[in-house]
Design a protein around this ligand. Sequence first.
Ligand code: NAD
Ligand code: TYD
Length: 506
Amino acid sequence: MQFRDSKLETSGNIIGFFEREFYVFSNFSSFQVEWCGRTWQTSEHAYQASHFFETDPDLVEQIHKAKSAHDAYKIAKANKDKVPKNWEDIKIPIMEDIIRNKVEQNPYVLHKLLQTENKLIIEDSPYDDFWGWGENRTGRNELGKIWMKIREELYQQKTKDNYLSQSTNKERKILITGGAGFIGTNFIYYMLKKYPNYKIVNLDKLTYAGNLKNLESLQDNPNYTFIKGDICNEEDVKKAMKDCDWVVHFAAESHVDRSIMDPDTFIRTNILGTNVLLRIAKELGIKRFHHISTDEVFGELGADGKFHELMAYNPRSPYSSSKAASDHLVCAYFHTFGLPITISNCSNNYGPYQFPEKLIPLFATNLIEDKKIPLYGDGLNIRDWIHVDDHSSAVDLILHEGKIGETYCVGGDSEKTNLEITHLILNYFNKGEEMIERVPDRRGHDRRYAIDFSKIKNELGWEPKINFEDGIKETLKWYKENINWWKEIKSGEYLEYYEKQYINRK
Ligand code: NAD
Ligand code: TYD
C-alpha cells in the first residue's frame, strides 16, 4: 500500500520518518480510534487541539489538568466550535506531549525511535512546511525536531541499553518446524546466538532433506531440544508446541523437480501439515505463528516488474501451488479465528547446509567430484538470490516488530541468470565450459523471479546485508571444506533420485 508521502529517502546522514511510519505508530498507539477516523495526521490534530488552548481560560485549565495528551485532545475535540486564530506558541508543546505519550506507551515506537541512531528525523510532508520540510525542502521540520529532542533525552537516560537488554533478555520458547533442513538449520543457529534466553524446540520428520548432523554442535545446548515427528501428526505437533510462545514454520517439501515427479507428498506436508499446525496453534493460544513461504507463489515474471505483497497469486508448479494453498490457510486462520500470524515470501536462498539437489550446492559438489553440471534449457531463467542469513534476519525482525496479519516479501536484490551462476561456480573451481551438460528444460519452468522488498524496508528497516559476490564465494568455500557433510547425503536415496531426474531425463 502506498501512502501519499511514503517515498523513502536516505541520503548521507538523513533518514525520513514518513507518513507510512507515522501510520504504523498510530496503529500501535492507544489513541488510535480517536484519531484515525480518516488518514492520520499528527500535525493536523495537534494543530486543532492547540487552537483550543488560546480560546478559553477554563478550557485551557481543563486541558492542562488532563492526564494525558489523549485526554487533552478529547476535551479539545468536544469544544470544537471555539477555534481562535493564534496558535503558534501552543502547538509545539502539545505536539511534544502527544509524541512523548506515544513513546512512553509503546515499546514499538520507542524501539523505532532509538533505531534511528544519530540520523536526522524529518517529517517529510511536502504539504506542510511548519511540521515538515515542505515542498521545496525549506520548511521548519518542527515535528522532526520534537522526535529528535525526545530521542536525545532517551539516549541520555540510557533508555536504549535498558530497552535492548530487556528485549533480548526476555524468555521465549519457539517451535521451529523443519529445523533440520537448510534454512531451518541456519535460522536455529542465528537465533540461539542472538537470543541467549530463547528456547528452541525443533520438530522435524527427518525426510531425505532433514539432517541431524547439521545441528550436532547443539547437542549439549540447554536452550535446544529436538523432537522427531511429522507436522501432519496431531500428537507430534501437540507435544512439540506445548508451552511455546511462537511458531516459525519452515517444514515443507521444498524442491520443484521432486514436486513434478511426485506431487502427492507436497500436498500432504505443505497443505495438510500446515493445517494441523494452525489448528493446534489456535487451540494452544500461540502468540505468533510465522509462516515461511516462497516468492514462487506469485508465478513467473516477464522481463520487467517485481513481485510484491499485493500481487495476485499465480503458482505454476505442484510445489508453488502447495505453498500458495498453505499461505491462504494461514491467512484464513488470521481472518476467521484471529490467530496472530505473519507470513514472509522469500526468494531463492543460498548458503551452507543446502541439500545438494538445488542449483548452487548441486553444481558445486558435482564439480568437486569432477562430474558434469546439468543446466536446464537455455540457462537464461532468472532467480533473485539471497543469503540465508539475510533471510534469517528478516524473519527475526518480522517476529519482533512485524504487524500481525501482514505478509512481507523478502528478496536479495540479486537477479542472476542460471548461466551467470554457472560461470561463477565454474570459475571458482577453475573448471571450463565443457563441464556444462545441457539437459532438457524443467516442465513449466518459471522464467524469472524478482522481489520488491520495499514494504519490509520502509516499515521495519530491513534490507539484505550480504553482497552476492562475497556470499557465494564464502558458500562455495563451505562446500569445499565440508565434503564429508555432502558425501554422505549423495548416496543411497539420492543416487536413485539423481538417476531418475537426470540420467533418465534424456
Ligand atoms: P529443506 O527441504 O532443506 O528442509 C525441509 C525440512 O522440513 C527438512 O528438514 C525435512 O525433514 C522437514 N520436513 C519435511 N516434511 C516434514 C513433515 N511432514 N514434518 C516435519 N518435518 C518435515 O527446505 P528449505 O530449503 O530449508 O526450506 C524451508 C522453508 O523455506 C520451506 O517452507 C520452503 O518452502 C521455504 N523457502 C525456501 C526457499 C529456498 O530457496 N530454499 C526460498 C523461499 C522459501
Ligand atoms: P532450484 O535451485 O531448484 O530452485 P527453484 O526452482 O526453486 O528456483 O533451481 C534454480 C534454477 O536453476 C531454476 O531456474 C532451475 C535451474 N536448475 C538447473 O538448471 N539445473 C539443475 O540441475 C537444477 C537443480 C536447477
